[in-house]
Design a protein around this ligand. Sequence first.
Ligand code: CAA
Ligand code: FAD
Length: 386
Amino acid sequence: MDFRYTEDQLSIQSVARDFAQKRIAPVAADFDASGEFPLENIREMGQLGLMGIEVPTEYGGAGMDPIAYVLAMIEIAAADGAHSVIMSVNNSLYCNGILKFGSEAQKQKYVRAIAEGKDIGAFALTEPQSGSDATAMRCRAVKQADGSFIINGKKSWITSGPVAKYIVLFAMSDPAKGAKGVTAFLVDTAKAGFHCGKTEPKLGIRASATCEIEFTDYHASADEVLGAEGEGFKIAMGVLDAGRIGIASQAIGIARAAYEATLDYVKERKAFGVPIGSFQMTQSKIADMKCKLEASTLLTLRAAFAKGETEKNGGRFGTEAACAKLVSSEAAMWITHQAVQIHGGMGYSKEMPLERYFRDAKITEIYEGTSEIQRLVIARNETGLR
Ligand code: CAA
Ligand code: FAD
């Protein structure tokens, strides 16, 4: 693994940082307060190549590697967690899944406009009764004589559900087969039989739109099956390995923003006649924040590197991705918590962004597999036991 970044990686990092600081950071608090979806910014991020970073240029993307994706995600997340999750789902759960498992015709039809940010993509696995236990899904796809499917059921907590043009959907096509009975579909939200529920009010990442979606006799043609029938669960798990690198990067961005604000504050704010950064108790927190941030960043770059190598050589990178997500999300929660504490009353005030960072950090321990599920994945892979 090379610790020096390539010109491409540095260039997308710089593009993302510039956009994040000039266009997102100044409005992030307003979007958080209103909960409005930042559609115009997302479209512009698409024009800059940020909505399809690893998508080859022939399908409308930036044609870069997983390290470039991590660097750009961190910059966007440092300005706003909500923008970064919209970017992460679009890049790693939607585009990545179709690139990896889709036919040439599907890549042509479903990737370009989404990678360019003209339309938005989503990923629907979770249901009201099944989150961690994803194979307990009830959304049902019944095969017809002509090879098409009729889909009925609900999916919950779908990021970008209210605004998505297309959704990668997982439904049970053969309940008797459990995980091997799940099939993946490419859903067009403009078609009959697709319904969107109300947008969920949330603790953090409030400008990202999350909703329940429902299928009533939705007709999916054979061309709209992603991968092979019955391979859906493996597709979901493989795609989530990539997604977890995106969420790890989101966590690092949020934590970095909280850390940088804290570094400024401890030098300015005085108590007992000295800057609060002079107290050893504060210094200890600063040192631990720095170490956790560095460790998270290295693990996440390591996972991105493993993803790049895996794509060349085959194999899985699930352990690396789960380690990165687990460590980075728990670090983000700890760092934002300490950042609020070090800011005292101002940490609790909406006049400063610390309370928003704290609220936004929490979700990184929950979605794309809770911390308990990351531990389960790592321990199962390491021990071979279930
Ligand atoms: N890649 C490919 N295949 C995989 C895989 C991977 N990483 N992990 C598992 N599989 C395969 C297994 O090999 C197995 O197939 P075989 O029987 O042929 O070997 C099959 O999938 C079933 O695997 P398990 O028996 O391990 O399945 P399980 O029922 O025990 O569940 C789990 C495993 C890890 C708990 C899984 O259900 C899981 O990850 N749950 C969390 C769900 C999740 O992360 N949801 C996120 C939703 S998206 C989201 O959240 C987006 C957002 O917020 C922004
Ligand atoms: P549960 O599975 O009910 O878990 C409850 C608790 O039990 C958790 O603490 C969990 O860790 C613990 N637990 C469960 N099983 C075990 C076990 N085996 N061992 C130890 N502890 C366990 N899903 C999508 O498909 N697409 C999306 O775009 C999407 N976006 C989301 C956006 C937001 C804002 C949120 C909140 C969720 C989103 N999700 C999405 C769903 C998300 O992935 C799930 O919420 C998450 O996987 C946890 O599932 P659950 O909420 O059903 O919790």
